[in-house]
Design a binder for this molecule. Structure first.
Ligand SMILES: [Zn+2]
Length: 496
């Protein structure tokens, strides 16, 4: 097989496996009765699941054989190996997630039989793959705005799982209809909870765990700051004491706030069926501590008690807290020059980290370098700092591919917990392939990064189309990276 052919086949894969070698010879035909060997250490190979995936992907029923694996137990979680020979397909893994990942790779590798007007079958070229993730947490942060239909969230979660992300943090922007506090939801944009529940279960089945987020410090408007909207105060002026006077942050000296937010956190944990993580936000709390009661107390103590209350509540439920890093590091501190640090001297929060439990996961978001002189190498000092202080750290890039690649390498080299790709209001149109193509490649294998290219965009489009087939999509607006081609905007308009 020549280099061009190898390049074509390799570029189809998102993410690219750690080791892959293609071989010449007769292709393996995926057909009824085709031989598939599952090698595993566990007595329970997920044979039924593999059969159902063969039916779903290629409409065939394979002949499954289960074999004990002599190499058992040596792989990291989610790792797998594949060998495609002329008449046999061998899949090795130590856990179900590994088998599922192998099937995702095989679906991307399989090609339809050529030379006919309609599909007659699929084949795989001969190859050998050894693959494993570079980091344990590979996440995408998705926002449900009032303008976001849930079918679009479902497509993004399916695609994220197909590209081997294993967590999706779900931040709903005033659209979750809380039973305990309905005033935290725009009532005409309330999401269908049954539908979100179905998507949480679907994620579990696809190998991606959904993690709830609710902002417990700043961003209390549940609306983008540039819009000036406030999900609660615009229609409920009587609830003003819960917030600092301008409404952007919660009033954390008010005991009613803690009680109300505990209801919210508990309701979300129940709804997400006791998730392993809960993201409490805590970024950009600019006007924190400005009301009469807060400004006369020590802010550091107020914030500490606030965070510890929710940390303890979550810990009792078996859920780990994730929080953004930026209020814990001070703007103007020369150690963070050029990097995101939003604590202000008047906040006096720069030593708060010392008093926080080390099982809090620090989500270090870095989207731009904010100094005029760009360094030749980015060194991500805040992430290294929190890692050095024994916190688990997630690196959180957004749209810049060079930052993504650099942050991914840092995670692998320093053995940080992982990466959380953020999307905000831009997970469509031209940026879709960066978020769902480049980022998962880097999260899986940061030493073999892909950057945006025509080939990558076409592969992301093909994979999204396969997902459309899985979802039985038959409406124009639900296909592709954007709802419309002309003036596509950044996120879909709600279908009426
Ligand atoms: Zn206050």
């Amino acid at each position: 097989m020549n280099d061009d052919e190898i390049k074509v086949l390799t570029e189809r894969l998102i993410p690219v496996p750690k080791h892959i070698s293609f071989l010449d010879g007769q292709e393996y035909l995926i057909a009824d009765g085709c031989a598939v060997s599952l090698r595993t250490c566990s007595s329970k190979a997920p044979a039924e699941r593999i059969v159902s995936l063969f039916k779903a992907y290629w409409q065939v029923e394979p002949e499954i054989r289960i074999e004990a694996n002599r190499q058992a137990g040596k792989r990291v979680p989610e790792a797998y190996a594949i060998k495609v020979a002329a008449t046999e397909l061998i899949i090795e893994a130590d856990d179900e997630a590994g088998f599922l990942n192998a099937m995702k790779t095989l679906r991307q590798l399989a090609e339809v039989c050529r030379g006919t007007s309609k599909v007659t079958g699929h084949f795989l070229v001969q190859c050998e793959i050894e693959d494993e993730p570079a980091m344990a947490f590979r996440g995408v942060h998705l926002c449900i705005f009032p303008e976001t239909p849930l079918w679009d969230i479902e497509r993004q979660i399916r695609l994220a799982a197909y590209h081997k992300f294993n967590y999706a943090v779900i931040e709903s922007w005033g659209v979750f209809p809380f039973e305990t506090h309905p005033e935290f939801c725009w009532k005409e944009y309330a999401i269908d909870k049954a539908e979100l529940k179905r998507i949480i279960g679907l994620g579990r089945e696809l190998g991606i765990t959904l993690v709830p987020q609710f902002n417990l410090l700043g961003h209390a408007t549940a609306s983008r700051s540039v819009t000036g909207k406030h999900v609660t105060l615009d229609f409920n002026p009587e609830l003003q004491p819960l917030f600092e006077p301008e409404g952007w942050t919660w009033c954390i000296s008010n005991p009613n706030v803690r009680s109300i937010l505990s209801d919210v956190v508990n309701e979300l944990c129940d709804f997400y069926e006791n998730p392993p993580f809960f993201h409490i936000g805590c970024d950009e709390a600019d006007n924190i501590g400005t009301c009469r009661d807060c400004r006369r107390q020590e802010l550091k103590t107020l914030v500490k008690e606030h965070i510890l209350h929710f940390h303890d509540l979550l810990q009792k439920r078996g859920t780990r807290t994730i929080m953004w890093h930026d209020m814990l590091v001070e703007q103007g501190d020369p150690r963070w020059k050029g990097y995101t640090a939003y604590g202000l001297p008047r906040h006096n929060l720069s030593q708060l980290y010392r008093e926080l439990p080390r099982d809090i996961v620090i989500a270090d978001w870095q989207y731009a370098y904010r100094d005029k002189e760009e360094p030749s190498e980015y060194d991500w000092p805040t992430a290294k700092f929190f890692h050095g202080e024994n916190f688990n750290v997630l690196m959180c890039p957004w749209l810049d591919e060079k930052f993504m690649a650099s942050q991914g390498r840092l995670v692998a080299e320093e053995k940080l917990l992982g990466m959380l790709e953020t999307t905000w209001h831009k997970s469509h149109d031209r940026l879709f392939a960066t978020i769902f193509g480049t980022a998962p490649c880097i999260a899986w294998n940061p030493f073999l990064p892909k950057t945006i290219s025509i080939e990558l965009r076409l592969s992301v489009a093909h994979h999204l189309r396969q997902i459309g087939w899985d979802m039985n999509v038959n409406e124009y607006e639900k296909t592709g990276f954007s709802q419309y081609q002309v003036d596509p905007g950044h996120h879909p308009h709600q279908l009426i």
